[in-house]
Write a protein that binds this ligand. Structure first.
Ligand SMILES: Nc1ncnc2c1ncn2[C@@H]1O[C@H](COP(=O)(O)OP(=O)(O)OP(=O)(O)O)[C@@H](O)[C@H]1O
Ligand code: SF4
Ligand SMILES: [Mg+2]
Length: 327
């Protein structure tokens, strides 16, 4: 497997003013590293405000990073809007939560699927561009008679299919999906997830799949990264994280997913308010809410390290991998 995307120590800070007018720094993303192989899916989960969308925008060079490096298909990604960036952006596309906001209300949806081909001057002529757009319509399960319809004449699920067709028409190697099903009904969301899995098999596209829903991420991802307050706190195969979460925050997330047997019983209710990224707690940032915190957690930040079964974890209570496994 070849590495498609490599992200090292990515960070993004914002200057903000507090209620009293004091200037502070908000660390939206603070030292995130991961890599993604061709055709694979990395899921990113975490509660609202933990930095998922910021990570997505930084990865695509839509937002300048405060720190860190991104390498995509062997080339550095920066936020400079130059020819190099435009060429890279053809190969990396994004799908957002709200398909209606992503589409132009005044243009027929077929034209919107053709548009990237027109902008990049791809295919021999307008007829060939239309044929390619129709082929993508077919691939995402949209009838050709919907080609001339406007976004408001389609259902939410159909609109998200249009967005997927438009993202895939340029044959990208990477699709960054930021909560792609959150705005859809449960049954439609399930159809779109199945479709995305089929499309990945067919086109070999890698997905960076962002969601607050651990259950969905478990279904689609080959690897899952759990974020808390701008950092990855655990990363590993979804089944391992689900069955035996190493980090207490992952454990709380997993316990909140209802199962047919126990429903929502056994759910770990975290104490305290969701954290404020302007006031990052000392030591382990999770310590004010952590049911397992010990004295050390208040003063000493745990590093993200390889733990016993090979996954990554950032918790003082998690045993390190044996030396041989790390080497
Ligand atoms: N332009 C900005 N200026 C200041 N702070 C920002 C800006 N954009 C994002 N933030 C802050 O950065 C943090 C991370 O935001 P981000 O949108 O990445 O979170 P998220 O995990 O995607 O949340 P959600 O699940 O709600 O979409 C939040 O605290 C947010 O308020
Ligand atoms: S380091 Fe301490 S506070 Fe942080 S997750 Fe582990 S036990 Fe909890
Ligand atoms: Mg977001």
């Amino acid at each position: 497997m070849t590495v498609l995307l490599d992200v090292r120590d990515l960070a993004r800070a914002y200057p903000v003013s507090t209620a009293g007018g004091v200037r502070r720094t908000l660390h939206a993303v603070d030292g995130v590293s991961f890599s993604l192989e061709r055709g694979r899916t990395l899921g990113i989960v975490g509660e609202s405000g933990c930095g998922k969308s910021t990570t997505a925008k930084l990865t695509l060079g839509l937002l300048p990073a405060t720190r860190g490096q991104i390498t995509f298909e062997g080339s550095p990604v920066t936020a400079e809007r130059d020819r190099h960036w435009r060429a890279l952006r053809r190969r990396m596309q994004i799908v957002h939560q709200d398909p209606l906001a992503a589409l132009d209300r005044r243009l027929p949806v077929g034209q919107q699927v053709m548009e990237p081909l027109v902008i990049h001057g791809l295919e021999a002529n307008a007829g060939a561009q239309r044929q390619k757009a129709l082929a993508l319509f077919d691939a995402v399960g949209l009838r050709p008679d919907l080609f001339e319809r406007f976004p408001h004449e389609l259902s939410g699920g159909q609109r998200q299919r249009v967005v997927l067709a438009r993202a895939l028409v340029l044959d990208p190697a990477l699709l960054v999906c930021d909560e792609p099903i959150s705005a859809l009904d449960v049954s439609v969301a399930a159809q779109v997830i199945n479709l995305m899995q089929d499309l990945q098999m067919r086109f070999g596209t890698a997905y960076l799949f962002i969601s607050h829903d651990l259950k969905v991420v478990r279904q689609v991802a080959d690897e899952v990264a759990v974020m808390y307050l701008g950092r990855i706190v655990e990363q590993g195969p979804p089944d391992a994280l689900f069955h035996a979460p190493a980090h207490p925050y992952t454990e709380a997330l997993v316990s909140a997913v209802p199962t047919p047997l126990r429903g929502t019983q056994g759910r770990i209710i975290l104490k305290g308010d969701p954290p404020n990224p302007v006031d990052r707690p000392s030591g382990c940032a999770f310590h004010p809410r952590c049911p397992r915190a010990v004295a050390r957690c208040r003063d000493e930040a745990p590093a993200l390290k390889r733990v016993a079964d090979g996954r990554l974890g950032a918790c003082h209570l998690v045993a390190d991998a044996p030396a041989a496994a790390v080497a």
